[in-house]
Design a protein around this ligand. Structure first.
Ligand code: FAD
Length: 311
């Protein structure tokens, strides 16, 4: 119920307009958001690199409705790629939402933007992940990836599969056959039971099943989860099947389970952190709160403390 309410709130632009200039809201968001500028995002990636952890940078923003916004987002991604390469010691790796590149406005515009980003990424030997959005976009995103991007850019691009969706097992098999790079996550969106498992235990079971498929036969899968039980299972599976560390990576979000990120890295696994930054942080923050409503208590506690100390 709380999760559903927060996910509903994540879609309310009017609330973001209220919160945008609220200092406390930003203070909480900054736990999950690396800053508002490219420089701040790249600085966090460099700090992670110093700890042996790679990053994927994400410029927050989604569902743009004007072509100028999509073009501005593409230009920002080109600058991000260049700045990651110029920083030295960083893998050039970004995550992109197609709706930020104009997917809802005009697919041809989105394709043009994505081709420019991927061409630049490939020239820098980098990688571009297409984040997966709500299930309204799953088929379109996979078609776009399969027909337009993967044939030209191969291992420089990859997609995301959400284990909450009933269709995902079939999608994983197709992507394995294609040799495509997949990030596996549970899924952050509110979905109807017609397309998604309503029971979380089924989402988790499906995660384990699809993760094992990818570990055995996938192309360098990204295992994106903070779930300690699933991570323990993955480590046992990897060790039992003697899967080398360079065949997969774990992935987590900036601001979440930093301890576990480092533990995995120190144990010899590759670890990548998804570093989101930018001014459009509201929907991202609400999805993070929905995943862990205990964070709301933390946020409210801080709010009370601040107002008491201000007297
Ligand atoms: C790198 C990365 C990329 C992602 N990309 C996408 C995407 O493209 N599309 C999409 O829909 N979703 C994406 N997600 C979000 C994902 O779908 C989940 O919503 C999110 O990761 C929470 O699921 P979980 O696997 O961590 O497990 P959950 O079932 O949410 O949590 C399991 C356990 O993990 C721990 N945990 C989870 N969250 C937190 C937290 N905030 N603080 C502390 N502990 C926590 C707790 O122990 C919890 O009990 C991504 C996630 C990651 C890590």
């Amino acid at each position: 119920m709380i999760r559903q309410s927060l996910l509903w709130l994540s879609q309310q632009d009017s609330i973001f307009r209220l919160l945008r200039s609220n200092r406390l809201a930003w203070k909480f968001a900054s736990r999950f958001v690396a800053g508002e500028t490219i420089e701040e995002g790249v600085a966090v990636a460099s700090q992670l690199a110093a700890r042996g952890i790679t990053a994927s940078l994400d410029l927050l923003g989604e569902s743009v409705s004007r072509p100028e916004e999509a073009i501005a987002a593409k230009e920002a991604y080109l600058r991000m790629l260049d700045q990651m390469a110029a920083a030295g010691g960083l893998e050039v790796n970004v995550s992109v939402k197609l709706t930020q590149m104009g997917f809802d406005i005009d697919e041809a515009l989105c394709l043009q933007n994505m081709r420019e980003i991927l061409t630049r990424a490939a020239a820098l030997d980098g990688f571009v992940r297409l984040d997966m959005e709500s299930s309204d976009y799953t088929q379109r995103t996979l078609d776009f990836f399969t027909n337009e991007l993967h044939p030209s850019f191969g291992n420089h691009c990859g997609v995301v599969i959400q284990t909450a969706l009933r269709r995902s097992e079939a999608d994983i098999e197709r992507l394995i056959t294609m040799g495509a790079r997949v990030r596996l996550c549970k899924g952050a969106y509110l979905e109807p039971p017609s397309v998604a498992f309503p029971d979380k235990a089924d989402v988790d079971r499906n995660y384990v099943k699809l993760m094992e498929r990818l570990l055995l036969d996938g192309n360098y899968p990204g295992l994106a989860t903070h779930d300690p039980a699933i991570i323990t299972h993955a480590r046992e599976f990897i060790s039992r099947h003697a899967i080398p560390a360079e065949r997969y990576e774990f992935q987590m979000l900036y601001g979440v389970r930093r301890d576990l990120q480092q533990q995995l890295r120190d144990a010899g696994h590759r670890m990548r952190v998804y570093v989101a930054f930018g001014t459009q942080w509201y929907p991202y923050l609400m999805r993070r709160l929905a995943e862990r409503p205990a964070n709301i208590a933390f946020m409210l506690g801080n709010l009370v403390k601040e107002s008491v100390s201000r007297g």
